[in-house]
Design a protein around this ligand. Structure first.
Ligand SMILES: [Zn+2]
Length: 153
């Protein structure tokens, strides 16, 4: 086994069991490199490094399709958004490139989940929602407005 081919730690952050985007850390059958594989309808594998800022230019020059990685801090889950045809790439956003077997990844930069809410507001700063918060949110979300107004008294 070649060195430097350990599973990147950040894949564990993104590929939590049962994540809604069906993301899994998987070794490529062809080149044995670790990839982030989206196991939805069509399986797609991505190189295990994030592309942002100047690396975007490199990806465009090399004609590597880009997929945006969106992170939901409250839920600790990621979602992939195909930017295949997009002409407006955001240099501050985080992207992944499709794994192209045998090609060196443009980036091996680990994904770091962004910190929550930049602006200080009425929420407790840096507080992550608890299971109870999420349950309460879901309960309110599912309750018809009329019933909610009654119970709110
Ligand atoms: Zn490969």
């Amino acid at each position: 086994m070649p060195t430097g081919n350990r599973r990147p730690l950040w894949l564990r952050t993104v590929c939590t069991p049962g994540n809604l985007a069906h993301l899994k850390a998987r070794r490529c059958d062809g080149c044995a490199q670790w990839t982030l594989t989206c196991e939805s309808d069509v399986w797609e594998s991505y190189d295990p490094g994030v592309i942002t800022g100047a690396d975007l230019t490199v990806a465009i020059i090399l004609d590597r399709p880009l997929t945006r990685l969106e992170w939901f801090p409250g839920f600790g889950q990621a979602r992939l958004i195909d930017e295949h045809m997009s002409r407006t790439l955001d240099p501050k956003a985080t992207y992944l490139t499709l794994h192209r077997c045998g090609h060196t990844p443009i980036s091996l930069t680990p994904f770091k989940p962004p910190k929550r809410a930049v602006t200080k507001n009425t929420w407790k700063s840096d507080a992550e929602p608890t299971i109870e918060d999420i349950k309460a949110f879901e309960r309110v979300w599912k309750t018809p407005l009329s019933r909610l107004e009654q119970t709110g008294k």
